[in-house]
Design a protein around this ligand. Structure first.
Ligand code: FA5
Length: 343
């Protein structure tokens, strides 16, 4: 019997050695160990084995079966690992020097200019704050001295929500929160997206960005306003710029101004950008109205403040020579990806 078992074991060994792929091991297990497999066949001889030898022979057969099973399993494990190794190695053979079509994104021009302006203000001791896009009527209008039925509300054609709130029409809507959250002295800027029900053209969008700033302290004057704006514009245009103030009107500032910058492209001589006027209207601003300070919990007898509401899109268009504001919201990558500036 031992001889027969050895023959079968030799046969199994040869078969196992001949297997070259892991998926062939399954078939081989059936062939050797399945119902009509070579090893199973051996067990059929058991009935011919004399009773006194049955135990010893049974043990021999079981040992042989276990041996074949473990040989096949070991071979299978070996082949699976070898195949995995081969897969990994062949993946590494991809020619990484071949040119690939990778698309590298870039920051939106508005983000670039916003970041540059923020950096200048941060360097002058300002904090940068964020505002809501959906605002209460109080924050958007009442807190900035535009009570119900005030005609100044008509200056901003507003998207009202069913719940009485509004899509922020200007970043001034965040002024109240800033005044309340910080104690004077305050130096803060707060950029944000604004919404107005506007007829759209090359310089007007229904969704646009402003960058607002407030300075509140003892004895703040128009001189402070001019200083900070001049500093910021000179850094952005990378040259000393001149600014001038013209009278303006906003319910939340008194006095109110429109700040113009001497055209940084032609130094005031007149060019396409300034429409030959030599000056570019850039930023509404003024001294914060006492009512706005009071709404913000600040005593106007002790403190004064100034504020400005820069049209961020206008600033972006000016700095980068973009003629149509609609391009900024267009998602037109051909245009937008041209502006990979340092940030
Ligand atoms: C305001 O919104 C005031 N809150 C600004 C302000 C703040 C004044 C603090 C005084 C003190 P105005 O409506 O003019 O003001 O808008 C400010 C700037 O936002 C404009 O100069 C313009 O550059 C930009 N802007 C306004 N409406 C639009 C629009 N529809 N599309 C694109 N930009 C706009």
């Amino acid at each position: 019997m031992q001889e027969r078992i050895n023959e079968i074991l030799t046969y199994c060994n040869e078969k196992i050695n001949a297997v070259k792929k892991s998926n062939e091991c399954k078939d081989l297990k059936v062939e050797l160990l399945g119902k009509s497999g070579k090893i199973t066949e051996l067990f059929r001889f058991m009935k011919e084995v004399p009773n006194d030898q049955k135990q010893a022979v049974g043990k021999m057969l079981n040992d042989a079966k276990t041996k074949v099973e473990s040989l096949i399993n070991a071979k299978e494990t070996f082949l699976v690992e070898a195949e995995l190794e081969e897969k990994i190695n062949s993946a590494e053979k991809i020619d990484i020097t071949l040119p690939t079509e990778s698309v590298v994104g870039s920051l939106h021009p508005r983000t670039i200019i916003q970041k540059q302006i923020e950096d200048v203000f941060i360097s002058m001791g300002f904090v940068v704050e964020d505002g809501n896009e959906v605002e209460t009527e109080f924050n958007n209008f009442i807190a900035v001295n535009v009570p119900e039925n005030h005609p100044a509300r008509d200056m901003q054609d507003t998207f009202w929500l069913d719940n009485g709130q509004v899509l922020k029409t200007h970043t001034s809507a965040s002024q109240n929160k800033i005044l309340r959250n910080y104690n004077p002295p305050i130096r803060a800027i707060f950029p944000g997206r604004c919404f107005r029900n506007e007829d759209i053209d090359a310089s007007h969008e229904n969704t646009f960005f402003q960058l607002e700033g407030v300075i509140v302290d003892k004895d703040v004057s128009v001189g402070n306003l001019i200083y900070f704006m001049k500093e910021m514009l000179s850094k952005i245009f990378k040259k000393d710029v001149e600014v001038r103030l013209r009278p303006g009107f906003f319910p939340f500032t008194e006095p109110s101004f429109e700040m113009d910058v001497k055209c940084p492209f032609c130094d005031g001589k007149g060019c396409k950008t300034c429409k030959n006027g030599g000056w570019i209207e850039l930023c509404p601003c003024g001294m914060i109205h006492p009512n706005v300070l009071r709404h913000g919990g600040i005593d106007p007898e002790k403190y004064s403040g100034c504020a400005f509401g820069l049209g961020l899109d206008r600033m972006v268009m000016l700095s980068l020579g973009i003629n149509d504001i609609r391009d900024l919201n267009s998602g037109n990558l051909k245009l937008l990806k041209q502006f990979k500036l340092d940030v």
